[in-house]
Design a protein around this ligand. Structure first.
Ligand code: HEC
Ligand code: HEC
Length: 243
């Protein structure tokens, strides 16, 4: 919040308090009031989270959106993803191990914009960001730009099962068999298509990508599209906070 606003708000709440004191109803210090006060403290704490500041000031937010849940274009949402996976991907994009196919609009690999800013964060900050992002509530599902038919979703489910994605990504993409593997449910459709295609074409070769090759090489374009339609309609569950 801008300081001017904050002081105006402060002024307002002082006025409200004065009013409350003069009113007879205020004799009972309601639990609602206590709750509001607690909420305010909680909110302030959240604002002060140093990891949120790194995220905001090192330009991550410009592309991945508020709290990692409102990414622009076909860029990935990050909130609620596995910590270990997030960390590895950041390191790999920073070092240039993870690349992507060319983005039409810019003529560059899709990873370039991010690779260009990754000198702004060090390894320690990357670790902190990964933990913070993994604990944030996942992005809400959004209705697709073009409606997806029930048949298409059923086809996606079927292809997912048939190709054996479940072994590593769980029965519907909401679980990973290993903490270093990504959750793929509730991710953006276009992003999912890009990644599956890039791994099939062996453009994406970083990390544990090789584990995908045997399976994804058998996936046809229409199966990849159907799987992406399906997974983008499955909600990713929020993680429990780790201490
Ligand atoms: C200029 C835009 C841009 C900026 C700035 C940016 N990113 Fe990214 N990021 C991307 C794109 C695009 C991808 C996916 C590339 C692809 O399609 O392969 C990505 C991928 C990722 C991934 C991997 C996600 C996955 O599911 O595999 C993580 C983690 C990530 N970014 C974190 C960050 C963090 C943290 C910052 C700030 C330090 C940041 N990014 C800054 C555009 C950006
Ligand atoms: C043997 C294990 C395994 C199987 C089977 C598998 N995957 Fe993966 N998948 C992985 C791993 C590991 C990664 C992360 C690679 C890395 O480290 O960069 C991944 C990454 C992905 C990603 C990119 C996620 C992101 O955020 O960028 C998508 C999408 C994906 N898998 C979809 C699928 C689909 C669909 C299938 C079935 C056709 C499948 N996978 C089968 C292990 C597997």
């Amino acid at each position: 919040m801008r300081p001017v606003f904050r002081s105006v708000l402060k002024g307002l709440s002082v006025a409200a308090l004065a009013l409350a004191v003069t009113m007879p109803v205020a004799t009972t210090e309601t639990s609602a009031q206590t709750a509001t006060a607690e909420k305010k403290v909680e909110k302030k704490k959240k604002k002060r989270d140093p990891r949120a500041k790194i995220y905001r000031t090192k330009s991550c937010m410009a592309c991945h959106g508020r709290n990692g849940a409102r990414a622009i274009r076909d860029y990935p949402n990050l909130a609620g993803q596995n910590e270990k996976y997030l960390k590895q991907q950041m390191l790999d994009i920073q070092s240039g191990k993870r690349v992507a196919s060319i983005e039409e609009e810019t003529g560059h690999p899709r990873t370039k914009g991010m690779a260009d800013v990754m000198h702004l964060v060090n390894k320690k900050e990357i670790g902190e960001l990964a933990k913070w992002l993994s604990e944030l509530p996942p992005a809400k599902l959004r209705p697709p730009e073009e409606p997806v038919s029930e048949e298409q979703i059923a086809a996606g489910k079927k292809a997912y099962k048939k190709l054996g994605c479940k072994a590593c990504h769980g029965k519907d993409g909401t679980k990973a068999s290993n903490k270093a593997y990504p959750l793929i449910a509730g991710q953006k459709r276009a992003y999912l298509i890009n990644q599956m295609t890039d791994m099939r074409e062996k453009v994406r070769v970083n990390g544990k990508s090789k584990l995908m090759y045997g399976v994804i090489k058998r996936a046809k374009d229409d199966q990849i599209a159907a799987i992406a339609d399906y997974l983008s309609t499955v909600e990713r569950k929020a993680k429990k906070k780790k201490k």
